[in-house]
Design a protein around this ligand. Structure first.
Ligand code: TYM
Length: 334
């Protein structure tokens, strides 16, 4: 039924409460593909355990992330929404692709270097091979397009390299995927250190705005956002903080950067920060209401998980069988 549609795949780790970085950089764009593409949106719990997780919290966040997908407008009847560990083909292809990924190229992954520095007491092998599992996620579904924030670009390039390498050895097996990276929201910055990415696992709560933060918290966080010592709302050298807030305001209101500069000409940072907070809180309010409604209906979320896992497992199997045959694994006849 879906063979004539091109495929979109993306994933979010249930490793923290999602931020407006996750929303604006990735999830917000997901639904734009739902009509024209066969879309798979995955809660990647297997990726999350590369960093130590509390089991009860991981379980809760997995449900929350799924509920947020739906609350952000992803209709489960139009998109395959599922949890990675429910489809064993991901881990299976992940292992196979480990054998086609090089130590040297994995060593160059900047996210591995960053996370190793942050988790010096737990530099496990999964943290190292993380991008190979991500390649498996993508390649399993013959994905054409992967909507992500710019921080995932290097991982995506590795997925392409692995696909081309495998295709080179065994003839065409995988579609070589392209990234889809939003222009102004590809990297939303931390509100505390505007030269750093806003990250859901940041220990400083004031650095991140979470999709589910209450209105007063959102307003307060933007009010406290670190900017420069100037007072003009415009882009420029040393104005990363303001430029970041402008991107957020632009994304939530639809105003262009030029229009924002004009709107706030002569009005100072205080006014502007309040306006960004209001725009953000207004945009998130309906998502929060829908999330609250969905969270109260665990049976529904479980049904979505089940249906999504069945559909994804069915589709993944096609690629996995092909891969197994090509590399020379024996088949058991039924
Ligand atoms: P994760 O869970 O860190 O982030 C989910 C998505 O949000 C984007 N993102 C951002 N975009 C803009 N500004 C930010 N500050 C910001 N922070 C996060 C990320 O780029 C991502 O698109 N490895 C992935 C998950 C993954 C995946 C995949 C993605 C696993 N398999 C296959 C695509 C395809 C990750 O850790 O995302």
């Amino acid at each position: 039924m879906y063979q004539d549609k091109k495929v979109v795949f993306s994933g979010v780790q249930p490793s923290g409460m999602l931020t407006i970085g996750n929303y604006l950089g990735a999830i917000q764009n997901f639904r734009t593909f739902s009509d024209e593409y066969r879309c798979y949106y995955c809660v990647v719990d297997e990726h999350a355990i590369t960093v130590r997780q509390d089991p009860a919290v991981l379980r809760r966040r997995t449900y929350e992330t799924l509920a947020l997908y739906i609350a952000c407008g992803l209709d489960p009847t139009k998109n395959v929404l599922f949890v990675q560990s429910h489809v064993s083909a991901h881990a299976e292809l992940g292992w196979i692709l480990d054998c086609y990924a090089m130590f040297g190229e994995l060593s160059r992954m900047t996210q591995f270097k960053d996370k190793s520095a942050k988790n010096a007491d737990n530099i496990n092998a999964g943290l190292f091979t993380y991008p190979v599992l991500m390649a498996a996620d993508i390649l399993l579904y013959q994905t054409e397009l992967v909507p992500v924030g710019v921080d995932q670009k290097q991982h995506l390039e590795l997925a392409r390299d692995i696909a081309m390498r495998f295709n080179g050895v065994y003839s065409d097996t995988f579609v070589v995927p392209e990234g889809y990276i939003a222009k102004t929201t590809a990297k939303i910055m931390s509100l505390a250190e505007p030269t750093k990415k806003m990250s859901k696992s940041d220990e400083n709560e004031n650095a991140v705005v979470r999709i589910l933060d209450p209105r007063d918290v959102i307003l307060r966080k933007f009010k406290r956002a670190v900017t420069d010592s100037g007072s003009e709302v415009r882009r420029g050298e040393g104005k990363e903080g303001i430029e970041n807030l402008m991107s957020v305001y632009s994304a939530f209101t639809g105003a262009s950067m030029e229009e924002i500069e004009r709107e706030f000409d002569g009005r100072g940072y205080g006014d502007f920060k309040a306006a960004v907070g209001e725009a953000c809180a207004d945009a998130l309010a309906p998502i929060q209401a829908e999330f609250a409604r969905l969270s109260a209906d665990k049976a529904y979320l479980e049904q979505v998980m089940k249906d999504g896992a069945a559909a994804a497992a069915h589709d993944a199997q096609r690629t996995l069988s092909k891969v197994r045959r090509k590399i020379g694994f024996t088949e058991l006849r039924r």
